[in-house]
Design a protein around this ligand. Structure first.
Ligand code: PEP
Length: 261
């Protein structure tokens, strides 16, 4: 891992924790986390939209080092798009990040790689860092085609990106078969795909850009396996679902450096 790639541990709360619970959750994390923890690892919570204002007030008011962001963003900047939330609205609330392309958005909301590309560009227009998620199904994994499939996804999700836009993004490899299932990709399997993605970034952009982009792993990551996944050279952080709902577990994951064997 290079100096420019500060590890990032991102908790994706999904549709959990109302704004009261969110406040208590962030307070509990903040109570446990130290200046050394923030120095060693960027800590991010990706909350439901309805929590963002409360989390912002708490974090800004108490000068807490945890970052916050959204789980999705509209591809549009404003207008007649009932139910959607724009990048400018999120930026106004102090969000730094927005996930785009999570497999649950792809599965339940019909989002494809071109939607993900437009959403990532919308995030970038408003100075939000898109966390661009992709990953193969179990069927593709069993066919052995995971690398080719994932590279195809990344190519479409980053279509038309400049070097600068790529560097302002975070990528997240999340094999669908590992999300919420308790099945984790082995560190070697996760590394294989993340390394291939970085190699693709070298070809598409440059070695410098590829070396600067953080690639996260997501899929049943938890305190017990975080250190071995984070030890892989091309894994720069975690996108953590279930395990991020336990503040103590998530703090232990942020401290993966203390648990490395
Ligand atoms: C996720 O929601 O991005 C995720 C990886 O979930 P889990 O950690 O629960 O598998």
């Amino acid at each position: 891992m290079t100096e420019s790639r500060k590890p990032l541990m991102a908790g994706n709360w999904k549709m959990n924790l109302n704004h009261f619970e969110a406040t208590a959750h962030v307070q509990r994390m903040a109570f446990a986390l130290t200046a050394e923890d923030y120095e060693a690892c960027e800590v991010l919570v990706l909350t439901p939209f309805t929590d963002i204002r409360s989390v912002q007030v708490l974090i800004e008011g108490d000068k807490i080092g945890i970052k916050y962001g959204a789980q999705d963003v509209s591809e549009h900047d404003s207008g007649a798009y009932t139910g959607e939330v724009s990048g400018s609205m999120l930026a106004k609330l102090g969000c730094g990040y927005a996930v785009v392309g999570h497999s649950e958005r792809r599965q339940y909301h019909g989002e494809d790689n071109s939607t993900v590309n437009r959403k990532a560009l919308a995030a970038l227009r408003h100075s939000l860092t898109p966390i661009i998620a992709f990953g193969e199904s179990l069927q593709i994994r069993e066919s052995g085609e995971q690398v080719a499939f994932v590279l195809g996804q990344v190519e479409q999700c980053l279509a038309g990106f400049t070097d600068e836009q790529a560097r302002a993004s975070v990528l997240a490899y999340e094999p669908i078969w590992a999300i919420g299932t308790g099945l984790t990709a082995s560190p070697e399997d996760a590394q294989e795909v993340c390394a291939a993605v970085r190699e693709w970034l070298v070809e598409r952009f440059s070695a410098e850009t590829a070396a600067a982009i953080r690639i996260l792993y997501g899929g049943s990551m938890k305190a017990a396996n975080a250190a071995e996944l984070m030890a892989q050279p091309d894994i720069d952080g975690g996108l953590v679902g279930g395990a991020s709902l336990d503040p103590d577990e998530f703090v232990t994951m942020v401290r993966y450096r203390l648990h490395a064997s």
